[in-house]
Every structure is written in C-alpha cells, then in structure tokens.
Design a protein around this ligand. Sequence first.
Ligand SMILES: Cc1cc2nc3c(=O)[nH]c(=O)nc-3n(C[C@H](O)[C@H](O)[C@H](O)COP(=O)(O)OP(=O)(O)OC[C@H]3O[C@@H](n4cnc5c(N)ncnc54)[C@H](O)[C@@H]3O)c2cc1C
Length: 106
Amino acid sequence: MHTEEVDTIIIGGGLSGIYAAFLLAEKKKSLVLLEARSRVGGRILSPEHQGFFADLGPSWYWPMINPKLNALIQTMGLKGYPRSGPILVLANDQPETKRTDTDNGP
Ligand SMILES: Cc1cc2nc3c(=O)[nH]c(=O)nc-3n(C[C@H](O)[C@H](O)[C@H](O)COP(=O)(O)OP(=O)(O)OC[C@H]3O[C@@H](n4cnc5c(N)ncnc54)[C@H](O)[C@@H]3O)c2cc1C
C-alpha cells in the first residue's frame, strides 16, 4: 500500500476546500484534498447542454460586502459583470419583481 505524509488533509473540494488548497500551495505546504464526488466544485455547478451552460449557482457577489472574494477574483484574472434590470423572485409560487435598480455589482 502506498503511504505518503502530508502537512494537511482537506476534506471536500468545494470553493472552501479549493481555496484552502490554493493558500497552502502558495506557502509550499504539502496537502491532499479528498472529495467524495466524482468532480470538484461542490455547490458550484454549470452543466452543459448542446453547447450552452446553465448557471446553477453561485453567481452573485458584492465587492463591498465580499472584499476577500473580490480580491481573489481579481488575483485569478476573472471577469465580473454588473447586475442590472429587475430580479424575478418566486415566493409561494407567486412571481414577484423585487428590484429594478442596479446592484453595486462588480
Ligand atoms: C443554487 C445556488 C446558488 C447560489 N448562489 C450564490 C451566489 O450567488 N453568491 C454566493 O456567494 N453564494 C451562492 N451560493 C452559495 C455558494 O455556492 C456556497 O456558499 C459555496 O459554494 C459553498 O462552498 P463550500 O466549499 O463551503 O461547500 P460545498 O460547495 O458544499 O463543498 C463541500 C464539498 O465537500 C464534499 N464533501 C462533503 N462531505 C465530504 C466527505 N465526508 N468527504 C469528502 N468530501 C466531502 C462535497 O461533495 C462538496 O464537494 C449558491 C448556492 C446554490 C446551491
């Protein structure tokens, strides 16, 4: 049986686990990340159908409220888009337009 010694074992390959691995790798720490599913990403999910990707979350962040996430997005060179237009919310099966202004999105 193959055995290996590592500094850290991370359980779960969602955003938290992947970010923990990123920070440890930056510090040159050895690690193993254990993920129960056949894919990483956890609740992050964008299934593809006929060349189109459905965004099943997460998609929104607020730079003022989530400055660490905003910094990470900048570090990774990812692009954010400001949200605009109304939000349609389904509550108790009743569609309701919640907002018509623009969030302070990225
Ligand atoms: C539909 C939807 C929309 C969302 N929209 C937003 C949004 O707009 N903005 C926002 O900020 N957040 C949003 N979120 C929340 C965001 O997705 C989560 O907060 C974030 O992805 C959680 O990451 P996590 O790594 O903490 O947990 P998870 O993504 O749940 O990852 C945990 C991982 O651990 C694995 N795991 C669990 N137990 C074990 C085990 N015993 N052994 C090995 N692996 C294990 C799981 O398989 C999973 O991959 C949304 C979530 C959903 C579902």
